[in-house]
Design a protein around this ligand. Structure first.
Ligand code: SF4
Ligand code: SF4
Length: 544
C-alpha cells in the first residue's frame, strides 16, 4: 500500500488509488469538471492539475496513480497558475450568461474562477455560437454554448443507464454535446445528467426559472416513491410564495449514500413531489362540512369508547399504510391493537402494480413495507393478489362489505381506486363510522364520513425501513399545510382522550420506545441512524 505526502500530510492508500482520491481522504479538495467518482476517468478538463515533486510538469490528479514516497502539492503557485490557464481556455467561448443562467450560484465555472481564475479577459475575437435552449427530452434542456465538454453526461448515459443517447460531435472549438440521430433523452434516470453537469449546459426543465438557487433552503430526506428509499435533499422555499404560485418544494436532488442509491435517483421519484403542494386536503371535515380538530377528537374518541363499552371492538377495522412512518405505525399498534384491543388492524390492500428495473426502481411503491411488517402489520409484506375485494374473503374490506365490520378507519389508501366506486359508495352508506386520514384528496376522502388531513413526508419527522433493511430518517422541512397534522400527533391526542397512556413528546421518543420493544430495531437511535441510515437486525418479524 503506497504512502504519499499531500500538502505536507501523509496518507496510506490502497494500490490503484489516484491522487484526487487520496487527497479527498485527507479532506483536501481538488477542483474537477470531468472527474466524477461514479464514472470512469476521462481526464479531459485538466482543472485538477497538481504538482508532483520530480515530475517534469503538472499532472492531472484524477488520472495519476499514487506511488510510494510521492510528494504532491495541490496549492502551490505553479498549480494555481496552471489552473488559471485551464480556466482561461475553458472560458474563451463561454457566453456571459450568468445573470440568466439557472446554474448561477451553484456553478463550478463561477466557483473555480473565483478561486483560481480572477484574470482579466484577453480574448477579443468573436465567441463561437452554438445551439441554445434545446430540449433533449421531457426533463432536460441543453445550452451547448455553456458546455465545457467534460463528457460526464455522455459517460452517464453510456455507463450508468447504458442508453447511449448523448455524444460529443465535431472537433476543436466546434465540438458540442448533442443527441445521436433519432434519440431522445428520456431514460428513467435522465434528470441525473443535470446534477452531474458541472456548469449550466444541462438544466432541469421542471426547475428552470422557478427560483434562484440562493433563495432555496435544503433539508436531507428520503424519497417515498418506492421501497428503495433513495436519499435526497429537499430544496424548498417557504417565504416567497410569489415564486411558483405558493409551491414550497422547488426540486429534489439525490444525496449520496453508498449503500442505497450512490449518487443517483430516478425521474419518477425526482419529479413525483408535486403532491406535497397540490390536491392536498386542507380541512378536517365531517360529512362534507368543515369542523375543528377539537370536534373531531371528541366525537371520534367518544365513538371508539362506545364501541368498546358495547363490546363491539371486533366490529372495528383499521387499515394503516406502508406510506406511514415507523413511528406512526407503532402508535397505530399501541392505540388500536394493544390499547383498544382491535383485532382487525392490518395493511390488507392489494399492492398497486409497479415497475422495477435492475437498478434502483422497485415494484413496491411504498417506502416502508418492511418497517410495517416488522412492527406487526404482516399484511404489508403479503399484499392481496387481486384488486377485487370480494375475492379476498376474510380481509378487513370484505368484512366491512359484508356488514361484519361497522366502523372503518383508513390511512391514506384510496379504496375507490383499489376496489371500485360502487363498493365504496355502498360501504359509506352502510357503515356507522368511516374515517379517512390522509394527505391528498381522493375517492375515499369523498365518501368517508370523517376526513382528517395528514402531513406529508416533507412536513413530518420519523423513519422508514427500505427494501434492504436500512432504517432511514425524514425530517420536517416546513410546517404542515393548512389544518393538516402528522398522524402521530393525532393518534397521541386520541389516545389521551380515550385514556390510553401514550406520553411521547416527539417522534424520537416514539422511536426509542419502538427500538426498546421491537427486536429488529434494538439499540438503534436517531443519532445512530444519522444521515446515512442504520440496518435493522433482522428483515423478518420476530416470532412473538
Ligand atoms: S453538457 Fe455538461 S456534463 Fe455534458 S459535457 Fe457539457 S459540461 Fe459536461
Ligand atoms: S428508485 Fe424509488 S426511492 Fe429511488 S428515486 Fe426512484 S422512486 Fe424514489
Amino acid at each position: 500500500m503506497p504512502t504519499l505526502t499531500i500538502d505536507g500530510k501523509q496518507v496510506t492508500v490502497e494500490p490503484g488509488t489516484t491522487v484526487i482520491q487520496a487527497a479527498e481522504k485527507l479532506g483536501i479538495f481538488v477542483p474537477r469538471y470531468c472527474y466524477h467518482p461514479g464514472l470512469t476517468i476521462a481526464g479531459n478538463c485538466r482543472i485538477c492539475l497538481v504538482e508532483v515533486e520530480k515530475a517534469p510538469k503538472l499532472q492531472i490528479a484524477c488520472n495519476t496513480p499514487c506511488a510510494d514516497g510521492m510528494v504532491v502539492h495541490t496549492q502551490s503557485s505553479k498549480v494555481n497558475q496552471g489552473r488559471a490557464s485551464v480556466l482561461e481556455f475553458l472560458l474563451i467561448n463561454h457566453p456571459l450568461d450568468c445573470p440568466v443562467c439557472d446554474q448561477s450560484g451553484e456553478c463550478d465555472l463561477q466557483n473555480f474562477y473565483m478561486q483560481y481564475g480572477l484574470y482579466d479577459a484577453r480574448f477579443q475575437e468573436q465567441k463561437q455560437k452554438k445551439p441554445k435552449a434545446v430540449p433533449l427530452g421531457p426533463t432536460v434542456m441543453l445550452d451547448a454554448e455553456r458546455c465545457v465538454l467534460c463528457s460526464r453526461c455522455t459517460r452517464f448515459t453510456d455507463e450508468i443507464t447504458r442508453t447511449g443517447e448523448l455524444g460529443i460531435f465535431n472537433r476543436g472549438d466546434k465540438a458540442e454535446v448533442g443527441l445521436y440521430p433519432g434519440k431522445t433523452l428520456d431514460n428513467k434516470y435522465s434528470g441525473n445528467v443535470v446534477d452531474i453537469c458541472p456548469v449550466g449546459a444541462l438544466t432541469d426543465r421542471d426547475f428552470r426559472f422557478k427560483a434562484r438557487v440562493w433563495y432555496l433552503s435544503s433539508a436531507p430526506s428520503i424519497c417515498t416513491g418506492c421501497s428503495q428509499g433513495c436519499n435526497i435533499d429537499v430544496h424548498y422555499v417557504i417565504d416567497r410564495p410569489h415564486l411558483a404560485e405558493g409551491a414550497r418544494i422547488m426540486r429534489l436532488k439525490p444525496r449520496y449514500n453508498p449503500d442505497v442509491n450512490k449518487w443517483w435517483m430516478c425521474d419518477e421519484g425526482r419529479y413525483g413531489y408535486k403532491f406535497v403542494d397540490e390536491n392536498r386536503i386542507r380541512q378536517v371535515s365531517h360529512r362534507g362540512q368543515a369542523v375543528s380538530w377539537e370536534d373531531a377528537y371528541s366525537s371520534l374518541a367518544a365513538s371508539l369508547a362506545r364501541f368498546k363499552s358495547d363490546g363491539r371492538l371486533n366490529e372495528i377495522g383499521i387499515l394503516p399504510s406502508a406510506q406511514q412512518t415507523n413511528e406512526e405505525l407503532f402508535l397505530v399498534r399501541k392505540l388500536f391493537k394493544e390499547g383498544l384491543g382491535i383485532k382487525n388492524c392490518d395493511i390488507q390492500v392489494p399492492s398497486p402494480a409497479g415497475t422495477s428495473d435492475g437498478f434502483l426502481i422497485k415494484p413496491d411503491k411504498n417506502p416502508n413495507t418492511m418497517g410495517a411488517a416488522l412492527i406487526g402489520f404482516p399484511g404489508a409484506s403479503k399484499p392481496l393478489k387481486s384488486t377485487n375485494g370480494s375475492s379476498a374473503s376474510g380481509h378487513i374490506f370484505d368484512k366491512a362489505l359484508s356488514g361484519e365490520i361497522r366502523a372503518l378507519w383508513v390511512f391514506g389508501h384510496d379504496l375507490v381506486k383499489l376496489f371500485g366506486e360502487e363498493k365504496v359508495k355502498a360501504l359509506a352508506a352502510s357503515l356507522e363510522l368511516f374515517v379517512f386520514q390522509g394527505s391528498n384528496d381522493n375517492g375515499t376522502a369523498r365518501y368517508a364520513h370523517w376526513v382528517l388531513p395528514s402531513a406529508v413526508f416533507a412536513e413530518n419527522d420519523g423513519t422508514f425501513v427500505n427494501v434492504s433493511g436500512w432504517v432511514q430518517r425524514i425530517k420536517p422541512c416546513f410546517a404542515p399545510l393548512a389544518d393538516s397534522l402528522p398522524d402521530a400527533q393525532v393518534l397521541l391526542e386520541l389516545a389521551r382522550r380515550i385514556g390510553i397512556s401514550l406520553s411521547f413528546k416527539s417522534a424520537e421518543e416514539v422511536f426509542n420506545a419502538l427500538a426498546a420493544e421491537m427486536p429488529a430495531f434494538g439499540g438503534l437511535t436517531y443519532e445512530r441512524i444519522g444521515l446515512q441510515g442504520a440496518r435493522v437486525h433482522q428483515k423478518e418479524p420476530a416470532a412473538r
